[in-house]
Design a protein around this ligand. Structure first.
Ligand code: PGA
Length: 255
């Protein structure tokens, strides 16, 4: 059984004080919830402070990006070792905003995935088609290309603690989530790609859905066999809303 994973991606929101308030208030919103991994991907400047605070909470810390080298002359970048030092366990890699706004290529993303795994971080690899590709019927083709390109540098084909998030670009921040059928079909396809790497990888790797997830629609996704949780942007910014998503998954799994 794969443990459900719900990830908050705050993006470029929340300064340090707001981030601290959130982490202080969140645990009270999820009392009694167990068996669900809850990750908050905060801006870099908040990570060191939050790492101490989350120790008394059910939250695990994630980062939104990283560079692949361990140290050196890379002005403005943050290394996987730095993230590890402040208690970060997950890192989002290949988010469509990084691909589209910052020009991150498949080959650069592959370096980040391999580096995250090498330094003991769990990469949350985002893959997904844009609207034009979807309308042209190219969804699977895009997923397949992004997936294999990102895993190209894996040693011995070991995906380790990899998480894959299916995030259709047209659903991100638009309030227009994918239908449960489309998300299930894409997640199933991602799982079939994982099978090509190995049956253990396909069994244990968690596949998330992301794109306009909220407390009302989360159940549509997590009730699908191949979807193990969600990557949540806008609805993760208020602790009550994010907690409502977590509680909904908890209730559903409890049956
Ligand atoms: P959204 O963002 O929930 O605001 O659509 C999701 C994401 O970017 O991961």
């Amino acid at each position: 059984m794969r443990q459900p994973l719900i990830v908050a991606n705050w993006k470029m929101s929340k300064g340090l004080e707001e981030a601290k308030d959130y982490v202080r208030r969140f645990p009270g919103e999820v009392t009694g919830v167990s068996g669900i991994e809850m990750v908050v991907c905060a801006p870099f400047i908040a990570l060191a402070v939050l790492s101490k605070m989350v120790q008394q909470t059910p939250l695990v810390l994630g980062a939104q990006n990283m560079y692949w080298e361990r140290e050196g002359a890379f002005t403005g970048e943050i290394s996987p070792l730095m993230l590890r030092e402040v208690g970060v366990r997950y890192v989002i890699v290949g988010h469509s905003e990084r691909r589209n706004l910052f020009g991150e290529s498949d080959s650069l993303i592959a370096k980040k995935v391999a580096s995250a795994l090498e330094y003991g971080l769990a990469p949350i690899l985002c893959v997904g088609e844009d609207l034009r590709q979807r309308e042209a019927g190219q969804t699977k083709e895009v997923l397949q290309r992004q997936f294999f390109a990102a895993l190209e540098r894996l040693e011995n084909e070991q995906p380790g603690r990899l998480v894959v998030a299916y995030e259709p670009v047209w659903a991100i921040g638009t309030g227009k989530a994918a239908s449960a059928e489309d998300a299930a079909s894409a997640a199933g396809f991602v799982r079939s790609l994982l099978k090509e790497i190995g049956s253990a990888a396909a069994q244990k790797t968690r596949v998330l859905y992301g794109g306009s997830v909220n407390a009302d629609n989360i159940g549509d996704f997590t009730s699908c066999e191949d979807i193990d949780g969600a990557l949540v942007g806008g609805s993760s910014l208020k602790e009550k809303e994010f907690a409502a998503i977590v509680r909904s998954v908890y209730e559903e799994r409890r049956g």
